[in-house]
Design a protein around this ligand. Structure first.
Ligand code: AMP
Ligand code: ZN
Length: 114
């Protein structure tokens, strides 16, 4: 997908603060952090939202959760706790139509989210 912000970030066309990368995943700092640690993890493949995930994406979604664990450990929030969330659609507040997983930590969080 050519006009997608996160595809451009994954390819390096638009700059970002990279945290980690694999063949299929790119992780970078959120530009408007909502917690002391706020990282976004995305598949390099363009998937607009949860709803467009297909069978072949199962592996990369699992890998994203494992990479989130690794990043949480590297950034020292694994023991204090963290949250991995994905927003799907308008009511959830999804603003970028390339599926992304927020890794949030470094402060106490409330539940349910707003
Ligand atoms: P969501 O509301 O779940 O779609 O989250 C989109 C996230 O992308 C927000 O937390 C934004 O701060 C973040 N974001 C938007 N543009 C950029 C960018 N160029 N670099 C890093 N993060 C961004
Ligand atoms: Zn995209």
């Amino acid at each position: 997908m050519n006009d997608c912000l996160f595809c451009k970030i994954a390819s390096g066309e638009i700059p970002s603060k990279k945290i980690a990368e694999s063949d299929d995943i790119y992780a970078f700092e959120d530009v408007n952090p909502q917690a002391p640690t706020h990282i976004l993890l995305i598949p390099k493949k363009h998937v607009p939202s949860n709803l467009e995930l297909v069978d072949g994406d199962k592996k990369v979604v699992g890998q994203i959760f494992l990479m989130a664990n690794e990043i949480a450990a590297q950034l020292g929030i694994d023991q204090t706790g963290f949250r991995v969330v994905t927003n799907c659609g308008a009511n959830a507040g999804q603003a970028v139509s390339h599926i992304h997983f927020h890794l949030l930590g470094g402060r106490e969080m409330s539940w349910p989210p707003g």
